[in-house]
Every structure is written in C-alpha cells, then in structure tokens.
Design a protein around this ligand. Structure first.
Ligand code: AFP
Length: 316
C-alpha cells in the first residue's frame, strides 16, 4: 500500500496501474480493472456525443440513436469480450447473463453500464457500477466478490475502486490518465448528510421513525437521484447515509442487489462503512434472481447501525 502521508504534489503522479501494482493486486485483476476504467473514457465520449438525446430520437444524420444506457452496455461488453479475463457478463441492460469468454477465464462481471441515465438531460452526474466476482452470479456477494468500482461522469470523470485493499479514488486527467486523488478513503464513524429515495407518503413506519431521528439530529438532505453521485458524495465527504427503503407499494425498494447494491456495499465496507437492508448485511444476501431488488441503508457505521436498531425495535 502506498504511503498515507504522500503529498498532494506526489500523489497526482501515481496512476491507476502503478497504484494497483504497488498495492499487490493480482496481475489479471489489475489488467481487468484497468480495461474497465478505460471503458469509462469511451462511455463518457458517448455521453458527450449524444448531446442529451435519448432513446428513440434521431441524430443529426437522421439515424436512430440507441439509448445511452444501451450503448454504454455495448461499449463495455465489446471491451470485455477481448479482455481475456472475463468468462460471463451480466448487465442490467440484458435479460440474461452472456458468456463472453472461451470458458476458462477467471472473472464474472456485473454491470450497471449507465446508472441514472434519466438525469442526462439535466446535466447532473451519472455513473457506471461494476462488480467483479470469481464465481458465477447471482451468488452470495461477499463470498464471490473480489473487486468493485464505479465511474462518475460529472464535471470531472472519476473512478473509485477496491480490490479488497481499501477504497481509492482516481481522477481522469487531460492526458487521459487516471491519477490518484484519494487513497484509502475512510468514512467517519458518523456523518451529517442523508440521501433518501422514494416518496414520503409510501414510507413504512420504521423508516419514517428513522428519518425523524436523523432530522432531530440535524442531518442535511443531499439527494441527486443518481445512485453513483449520491454514494460518491458520502465517500468524498467521508460520511452520511444513503437509503432507498422498502416502500408500502414496493417492499423491496427500487435498487438492484447484484448490479447496484452489492458493488457499492463492497466499496463502502472497504472504506470502513456499512450497508444493510435493515436487518442483513447487503453483502450477505443471496440473490435469488439476477434482477432482485432490496432496500438499502448504506454509509457511516453510526447511521447504518441506527437503521438496524429502528428495524429491530420496530413494527414493520
Ligand atoms: P435511472 O437509471 O432510471 O435514472 O434510475 C436511477 C436509479 O436507479 C438510481 O441511480 C437512483 O438512486 C434511483 O434510481 C433514484 O430513484 P428515484 O427517481 O425514485 O428517486
């Protein structure tokens, strides 16, 4: 692991490949993470090129445009097909897991190629979420997940990864290199912001009491509607809680366990935080189906444990 006291001037020269090498991450995994990070550049170029146009629209040459989330999926899939490290690819954009390797590759990928695509027209940040497993998915997250990462497409393009040796942020610079910006991100025991998805009128009693507690404690609301930037905010501000809860009319919440929740739980745990559905650790939940949804409370230890307490003591 690199020196924590590394100066700002020095750390900007540490690129992603060097960081992973110094951290002692296994060669194939390093190469795979690198290839996915590179894909972020192509997806970001696609976002720019789309000029906010979404599915079903025609471009200036009168050609049908693919929705950005679907074209991001294609970019990712094409890149990984030739990587030599990926046996199977499961994407939120596809109905089935597809075999993209020869059959002897080590890794299984889960991808949410472009999360928050409905925010593209507003010019808010959006992102890509990746999980890397050494067993077929869907399976038990903690047991099979060896790495996770997300890429944010905002004013800056950043990449946050963990291969089980801490969580680190890199910024894409003008030369096209991912350079280290935050090493060993460590969440505080307790933060001061909350992000809450779902309509208030649909909240369960336990959840409403929990939010009431956060309000009384003076937490500030910070919600963009994009899972990646909302989690990234907690990472970079070093604390707080994001929740997309069980709702009266959708008891499993909205977000997908395999594609969204488990990769983020891995990254947050590696940063000293926690993630629960109210009773179980997100990474301990076995997915029954690829598109399974679960409620989530994720962030600093204090807020996540408080959520567990409210659910343990509560009625619903
Ligand atoms: P889209 O990909 O359809 O924009 O959904 C984004 C998302 O899956 C996730 O990124 C957000 O946290 C969540 O939905 C926001 O949901 P609400 O619009 O219900 O707040």
């Amino acid at each position: 692991m690199l020196n924590n006291n590394i100066s700002d001037a020095t750390k900007y020269f540490i690129d992603l490949r060097r960081h992973m090498w110094v951290a002692g991450i296994e060669l194939d995994l390093r190469r795979l993470i690198w290839q996915i990070a590179v894909t972020g550049k192509y997806i970001s170029a696609k976002i720019h090129e789309s000029n906010r146009k979404l599915a079903g629209l025609k471009n200036i040459y009168d050609e049908e445009q693919l929705a950005l989330d679907r074209s991001s999926d294609r970019i990712l899939r094409n890149q990984l097909e030739f990587s030599g490290f990926v046996r199977e690819y499961a994407s939120e954009e596809l109905d089935e897991i597809i075999k993209i390797g020869k059959g002897d590759e080590k890794y299984y990928i889960t991808a949410d190629p472009l999360d928050g695509s409905s925010l593209v027209d507003t010019n808010l940040a959006i992102g890509t979420i990746i999980g890397i497993h050494n067993e077929p998915v869907p399976s038990q997250g903690r047991k099979s997940m060896v790495a996770a990462l997300y890429i944010t497409y905002g004013p800056l393009i950043t990449m946050v990864y963990s291969a089980g040796k801490g969580t680190h942020e890199f910024v894409l610079n003008r030369e096209g290199e991912y350079v280290l910006s935050e090493e060993n991100i460590t969440l505080k025991q307790r933060g001061s912001i909350y992000s809450i998805g779902g309509l208030k009128r649909d909240w369960t009693e336990n959840h409403a009491r929990y939010v009431g507690f956060l309000d009384d404690e003076g937490y500030k609301l910070r919600y963009s509607g994009g899972f990646v930037p909302d989690i990234n905010q907690i990472m970079i501000k070093r604390g707080g809680v994001f929740t997309y809860p069980a709702l009266k009319n959708s008891p499993n919440g909205k977000l997908r366990l395999v594609f969204e929740l488990q990769p983020m739980a891995f990254l947050v745990e590696q940063a000293g935080g926690r993630a629960t559905d109210g009773t179980r650790d997100i990474l301990d939940i076995t997915a029954e189906t690829l598109d399974q949804r679960n409620p989530i409370y994720i962030g600093s230890p204090f807020e996540v444990e408080k959520a567990r307490e409210f659910f343990a003591a509560g009625k619903d």
